[in-house]
Design a protein around this ligand. Structure first.
Ligand code: RIB
Length: 299
């Protein structure tokens, strides 16, 4: 079974800051670095490094070509990523001394998908394959419709949350991966179990994964609710922690859907490794690093 991340590729400009700046404030950064990123790209890399049969589709500009090699290195098929005449998407990311971030995204080429391209991408997949989506490209509603009509499974990470999500029928989603902010926006609830209850009742989503920052994650499937604590590590940069979690969770869950516990455990371990390193995609660990981490954290 193939998992295709159909989404964004960004070039991230990451500024290390004494603190996240306030409105009207000007502050020198401690350092600046450029990394490959974008939620679609990061999640594709996480799938590939986790060992999934993974592919990516989306749009970049000529200056983003290096990302195709990075996908190949992570064992992700990049053949559905198009090089367009538009600039590659980009993000300005501030990271503070505690590893917390805030992100400004510029869509660029990510927002130039067409109906024809969606059709071409979808025609490469077979019923039962999975499409993994985020909310950094245009025509998200059309992609969801097209995937459903072809009998594909849909995993959705509705990030960043905005009005485009109103066009999505969440009843079509098989796996929903959200954080507390997204969960609150979609359900109107604050409490984790309330968020899950509302989303399950309203949309009958077979698998909901809710990440709770320092409080870990919960996963709701037909087997009930599973809780997973975080692995405490020193956070250097939390960028792409959620993307890492998503890729690792889906790799395990799609292979052994009756064992969501292993999927959240591996996802939590992979995220802990990702936050210990700077950068987005470059911080995502390989599967054997996750194995070694789990071995060294056995109770
Ligand atoms: O999830 C992290 C990603 O969000 C960054 O890599 C940035 O590009 C934005 O898309």
């Amino acid at each position: 079974m193939k998992i295709l991340s159909f989404g964004s590729c960004n070039i991230d400009y990451v500024y290390s800051m004494p603190h996240i700046i306030k409105p009207g404030e000007t502050l020198s950064s401690l350092s600046m670095a450029q990394y490959p990123g974008g939620k679609g790209f990061n999640q594709a890399i996480a799938l590939g490094r986790a060992g999934a049969k993974a592919a990516m589709a989306g749009n970049i500009g000529a200056e983003g070509r290096f990302m195709l090699d990075l996908l190949r290195e992570a064992k992700v098929d990049p053949s559905l990523v198009r090089v367009t005449a538009h600039p590659t998407g980009s993000a300005i990311i501030q990271v503070d001394s505690k590893g917390q971030n805030c992100i400004i995204v510029f869509g660029g080429a990510n927002r130039t998908l067409s109906a024809q391209q969606i059709d071409e991408v979808m025609s490469t997949l077979s019923p039962g394959d999975m499409v993994l989506l985020q909310n950094e490209v245009n025509m998200l509603g059309e992609i969801v419709q097209s995937a459903k009509s072809r009998g594909l499974q849909i995993a959705l990470n509705p990030s960043p949350i905005d009005d485009a999500l109103k066009d999505i029928d969440l009843k079509m989603v098989d796996v929903l991966l959200i954080n507390e902010v997204e969960g609150n926006a979609l359900s109107g609830k604050e409490d984790a179990e309330d968020i899950i209850k509302v989303l399950q009742t309203r949309y009958q989503i077979p698998c909901i994964v809710l990440t709770l920052g320092g409080d870990g994650a919960v996963c709701a499937t037909k087997q009930g609710l599973i809780k997973q604590a975080i692995f405490p590590v020193e956070a250097v940069d939390t960028t792409a922690a959620g993307d890492t979690f998503t890729g690792y969770f889906l790799k395990s869950f799609t292979q052994t859907p009756d064992d969501p516990q292993t999927a959240v455990l591996r996802a939590a371990a992979a995220s802990a490794l990702a936050v210990s390193k700077k950068g987005a995609a470059v911080s995502i660990p390989w599967s054997d690093e996750v194995d070694a981490f789990l071995e060294s954290h056995k109770e």
